[in-house]
Design a binder for this molecule. Structure first.
Ligand code: A3P
Length: 322
């Protein structure tokens, strides 16, 4: 069996040959530590597990794809940037010159994609900010003997995740909105065998992590960020050890950050209108509607019911409500 991918080592090819696999429209996926990955991504995960040297001050933003990663990254960047950027400075805010994914890179999809010893010197400022779509048990492997850093997870209603993912995939293929892609994504979501799935195992890994160690794992929800943005961004700042001072609050700092990181503001920046990620994805496709409940406009009631039933069953006893 030939495994395609320019970064796959012989060792990984041999590992892959022993792993369960399935297939979707982008190719084969392999199950590693209970989660499904395309071969390139799996190599990135293995490189990360082998080579990542955590620092206590590191911050890792984690999510299932299409759950609000870009937004959470932007907010985190803006929270730390306020200590660097004096308002009199002429230097543009980093969010004006780069996309949040360019500033706050993915471990397995970017930094460790091709090597277990990437050069991280550019990230040497403390805290180092990273992101990931790996589930918590896989992410934690390099943290065995060291104090954990801080992890922030953002979770979103899985029906909106599905619809967001469908639009994202269709934008990637540039072939209009193809209903058959929605149907196959729905099937693989329900089967739990899509990229980074099963969704519920992913969410539960961080949910349990946050219950066990709330000082190091913060569990956030896209819907709460939408309904009470100020309270949630203050919660984030406090967790990350950079709470807003009274003066900042009175001076409108919270609102400024929320405005800068709003969908409207980010999506109208030139870099996000015309720029591309290293993997050739247009940055513009990370910004769409940003609404809660858009799934109602695209899923049938039967699809919604089936997903709700699965998730209810999977979350049973965990204390996690959706
Ligand atoms: P929709 O497709 O439902 O609009 P991710 O960042 O994890 O890839 O998730 C993308 C989803 O987050 C998209 O959802 C996108 O529109 C939304 N999003 C991106 N930036 C946002 C922001 N600043 N505020 C709110 N939602 C945002």
């Amino acid at each position: 069996e030939n495994v395609r991918g320019d970064n796959i080592s012989e060792e990984t090819k041999s590992l892959i040959s022993s792993l369960p696999w399935n297939k979707d429209c982008l190719g084969k996926l392999y199950n590693y530590e209970g989660c499904w990955y395309y071969p390139n991504t799996l190599q990135g995960v293995l490189n990360f597990q082998k080579g990542f040297k955590p620092q206590e001050t590191d911050i890792i933003i984690a999510s299932f794809p299409k759950s609000g990663t870009t937004w959470l990254k932007a907010l985190t960047i803006a929270l730390f940037e306020r200590f660097k950027n004096s308002s009199s400075s002429d230097v543009p805010h980093p969010l004006q010159s780069d996309n949040p994914h360019g500033i706050l890179p993915f471990l397995e999809l970017h930094l460790y994609l091709k090597s277990s010893t990437p050069d991280l010197t550019e990230l040497s400022s403390s805290p180092r900010l990273f992101s990931t779509h790996m589930p918590f048990h896989t992410l934690r492997v390099p943290f065995k003997d060291s104090s954990p850093c801080k992890f922030v997870y953002v979770c979103r209603d899985v029906k909106d995740v599905l619809v967001s993912h469908w639009h994202f995939r269709c934008a990637y293929f540039q072939n209009g909105l193809d209903k058959s892609i929605l149907e196959s994504s729905f099937e693989s979501l329900c089967m739990g065998d899509g990229s980074f799935g099963p969704f519920w195992e992913h969410v539960l890994s961080y949910w349990r992590g946050s219950l066990e160690d709330p000082e190091h794992v913060l569990f956030m929800r896209y819907e709460e960020l939408k309904s009470e943005p100020s309270a949630q961004v203050k919660r984030l700042a406090e967790f990350l050890g950079c709470p807003f001072t009274k003066e900042e609050e009175e001076g409108g700092s919270v609102d400024k950050i929320l405005e800068l990181c709003s969908l409207r503001s980010l999506s109208s920046m030139e870099i996000n209108k015309t720029g591309k990620a290293p993997n050739n994805v247009n940055y513009s496709s990370f910004f769409r509607k940003g609404e809660v409940g858009d799934s109602k406009n695209h899923l049938t009631p039967e699809m919604e019911n089936k997903i709700d039933m699965i998730v209810e069953e999977k979350y049973k006893g965990s204390g996690l409500k959706f």
